[in-house]
Design a protein around this ligand. Structure first.
Ligand SMILES: *Cc1c(COP(=O)(O)O)cnc(C)c1O
Length: 390
C-alpha cells in the first residue's frame, strides 16, 4: 500500500459511488418520473420561508454560536417536551447540526472508538455505514424480517449482535427505506439490551412526524432508563420540506451531546445561520402545517401503494416516511438492481434498489423503493406508466 494515493482511503472505498446518482441520471436521460429520490415536490410553510428571508435581511449572516442559536435550541427543547414529555436543557443537552447527517456523523465519530462495534438495522440509511467507517469502527448488521405485509426486527439476531465490543446501536423509526415503524415490543427489547450491555442508542427520528394511520411516534428516549443513554436526532429537512437547508439537531444527556459536539465543531463548526431562527419559528408555530403535510403524505402513500399493487407488484406496508417498498418478482423481475436500471427506459419511472441499503444483498436483491412525496398529478401519471409493465 502506498502512503499517498489518489484514491479514497481504503475504509471509504465502498462508499465512492451511490446508486442514487446513477438512477437520477438514468431518470433524466429517459425523461422518467423520478420516484427514486427522497425529497418532496413542494416547499415548507410560508411563514418559515419568510422568516428565513427576514433573518437574512436582519443581518443574521455570520457564524451562529457553536451549539446553535439559543432560540432554536429552546424551540427544539420545548417541542420535545410538548410532544413527548421529554425534557432537555437547551444549553447543555441540545446541539444544532448541519442536518441530521452531521448529527449522526458527529455522534459516531465523537463517541465510538476505532475497532468498536456499532449495530445497524438492515436495510440501513447509507450515511450510517459511512459514519461508522469514518470513525474506524466496525458495523454489525441485524436484519429486519418480513412480518405480515410489513417488517419487524429479527429479535434473536439483535440479541446475538450485542456483545462486549458493542459501543452503540443506530435505530431509525419510522424507517427509510421500508416505511416500518418499530413496535413498542421491539423498542422495549432494544432498551433492555442497551442497558444490559451498557450501549449508547442513536435514534434517527427524522420522520417522527411522518407517521400514518393514526399511529403516534414513540421515541426510544421515553423508555425507562433510556434518556440517559440515547442521542435523539431529528431535522427540519423532512419535518418542514426543506432538505436543502440542512438544519438538524440532536438531544441527549449533556456528556453524550458534549462528545458529539467535540467532533461536530471540527466538521462544520456551524451552519445554516439564517435558517436556524426560521426553523425555531416553525417548530413553535407550524406544527399544524406538519400535521396536514403528514395527512397528505398518507394519502399519497395509499395512492402509490395501490398503483403498484394494480401494476402487479408485491407491496409492503408503509407506516411512515416518504417511501414504500415493492417486489417486482410477480412481474417476472428477480433482480432489483437490474429492474431499476432498466425501469426508466422501460416504463418512464425511476426507483432505487433496496440492495443499496444492505450488506446481505441476497436477501434483499429483489426489492425496490419508491418515493411518494410527489405532486398528485405526478403520482397519477407514474401510476399510468407503471400499469403498462404487465
Ligand atoms: C433524509 C434522512 C436523513 C438526513 O437528514 P438531513 O437533515 O438532510 O441531513 C437522515 N436520516 C434518514 C433516515 C433520512 O432519510
Amino acid at each position: 500500500m502506498t502512503v499517498v494515493s489518489r484514491h479514497p482511503v481504503q475504509r471509504l472505498q465502498p462508499f465512492t459511488e451511490t446508486i442514487f446518482a446513477e438512477m437520477s441520471r438514468l431518470a433524466t436521460e429517459h425523461g422518467a418520473i423520478n420516484l427514486g429520490q427522497g425529497f418532496p415536490d413542494s416547499d415548507g410553510p410560508a411563514s418559515m420561508l419568510a422568516a428565513a428571508q427576514q433573518a437574512i435581511a436582519d443581518g443574521h449572516n455570520q457564524y451562529p454560536p457553536g451549539p446553535g442559536v439559543p432560540e432554536l435550541r429552546q424551540a427544539v427543547a420545548r417541542h420535545q417536551s410538548t410532544e413527548y414529555g421529554l425534557d432537555y436543557d437547551p444549553d447543555r443537552e441540545v446541539l444544532i447540526t448541519v442536518g441530521a447527517t452531521e448529527g449522526i456523523a458527529g455522534t459516531i465519530v465523537g463517541l465510538v472508538e476505532p475497532g468498536a462495534e456499532v449495530i445497524l438495522i438492515e436495510p440501513y440509511y447509507d450515511a450510517y455505514a459511512a459514519a461508522v467507517a469514518m470513525a474506524g469502527a466496525v458495523r454489525r448488521v441485524v436484519p429486519l424480517v418480513p412480518d405480515g405485509d410489513g417488517f419487524a426486527l429479527d429479535r434473536d439476531a439483535l440479541t446475538a449482535a450485542f456483545g462486549p465490543r458493542t459501543a452503540a446501536i443506530i435505530i431509525n423509526s419510522p424507517h427509510n427505506p421500508t416505511g416500518t415503524v418499530l413496535s413498542d415490543d421491539d423498542l422495549t427489547l432494544i432498551a433492555q439490551l442497551c442497558q444490559e450491555h451498557d450501549v449508547i442508542a442513536v435514534a434517527d427520528e427524522v420522520y417522527e412526524h411522518l407517521i400514518f394511520d393514526g399511529r403516534k411516534h414513540h421515541p426510544l428516549a421515553t423508555w425507562p432508563g433510556m434518556r440517559e443513554r440515547t442521542i435523539r436526532i431529528s431535522s427540519a429537512a423532512k419535518t418542514f420540506n426543506v432538505t436543502g437547508w440542512k438544519v438538524g439537531w440532536l438531544s441527549g444527556p449533556a456528556d453524550l451531546v458534549g462528545a458529539a459536539r467535540t467532533a461536530k465543531q471540527f466538521m462544520s463548526y456551524v451552519g445554516s445561520g439564517p435558517f436556524q431562527p426560521a426553523v425555531a419559528h416553525a417548530l413553535d408555530h407550524e406544527m399544524d402545517w406538519v400535521a396536514e403535510s403528514a395527512a397528505a403524505l398518507e394519502r399519497k402513500r395509499t395512492l402509490v401503494s395501490d398503483a403498484l399493487r394494480e401494476a402487479g407488484f408485491g407491496v409492503h406496508r408503509s407506516e411512515g416516511t416518504y417511501f414504500v417498498c415493492a417486489d417486482p418478482r410477480p412481474l417476472g423481475f428477480h433482480d432489483g438492481d437490474e429492474f431499476c436500471r432498466t425501469l426508466p427506459e422501460r416504463a418512464g419511472v425511476a426507483a432505487v434498489p433496496v440492495s443499496a441499503f444492505v450488506d446481505d444483498a441476497a436477501t434483499w436483491q429483489h426489492m425496490v423503493r419508491f418515493a411518494f412525496a410527489k405532486d398528485d398529478k405526478v403520482i397519477v401519471e407514474a401510476a399510468a406508466r407503471l400499469a403498462r409493465l404487465r
